[in-house]
Design a protein around this ligand. Structure first.
Ligand code: S6P
Ligand code: ZN
Length: 188
């Protein structure tokens, strides 16, 4: 295959991409904690995030990249966030680069939870084996670019079933990490 490139705008749009995905609340209802609020918002079904992917062939050694535009908002007290996933293939990590906005990269391995604060210019590393989710804790679009092995694959089912053991909610003093499944391993 031949080399290629994309121009990544500050808005998060790629001018050259292979797929554009939209995730609305009802595409990810099971991922938010406040089920009553999910029900109340179901008619409006707000757009939570948009992804522009440039995927390479799913073969060892190939790399894909994608931007995510995560919109500001909350479902109850819980900030808008991505579904979050493990990579299906063991031994595959990922690099995130924040282009605009403010948020948290929430990661979990077993019962260990780590967060990295994301703002313009921050580069973050997700080591192999860590589930990862992005959370918009700001009032503007949280925009980031991710680079990952093209054959990593995405396991959403484990998160849909078990959830992360901590969620990010708005408190009087700002974003707060709250334990909802203390000490529980994400992969029982
Ligand atoms: C892919 C990478 C990101 C996410 C995107 C949406 O490995 O981590 O491009 O796919 O942020 O999140 P999610 O959890 O719905 O795939
Ligand atoms: Zn990933």
């Amino acid at each position: 295959m031949n080399p290629y490139s994309s121009r990544c705008l500050r808005s998060g749009e790629l001018d050259n991409y292979s797929a554009r995905l939209e995730r609305r609340l009802m595409d990810m209802a099971e991922f938010f904690s406040d089920k009553e609020m999910v029900g109340a918002l179901s008619d409006r079904n707000p757009l939570i995030y948009t992804v522009y992917e440039m995927t390479a062939p799913e073969e060892p050694g190939q790399l894909s990249y994608a931007t995510t535009i995560l919109y500001p908002g909350k479902v109850g007290d819980e900030y808008y966030m991505t579904k979050g996933h493990f990579h299906s293939k063991e031994g595959t990590g990922e690099v995130y680069y924040c282009i605009a906005g403010r948020g948290l990269l929430l990661m979990q391995k077993g019962s260990r939870v780590e967060t990295t604060g994301m703002e313009e210019g921050v580069v973050a590393y997700v080591p192999p084996g860590w589930a990862h989710r992005s959370v918009n804790t700001g009032s503007e679009n949280f925009v980031f670019l991710a680079f990952y092995p093209a054959d990593a694959g995405h396991d959403y089912g484990t998160i849909a079933e078990n959830g992360f053991s901590k969620i990010v909610v708005e408190d009087r003093d700002g974003p707060k990490l709250v334990s909802i499944r203390p000490g529980r391993s994400i992969r029982p």
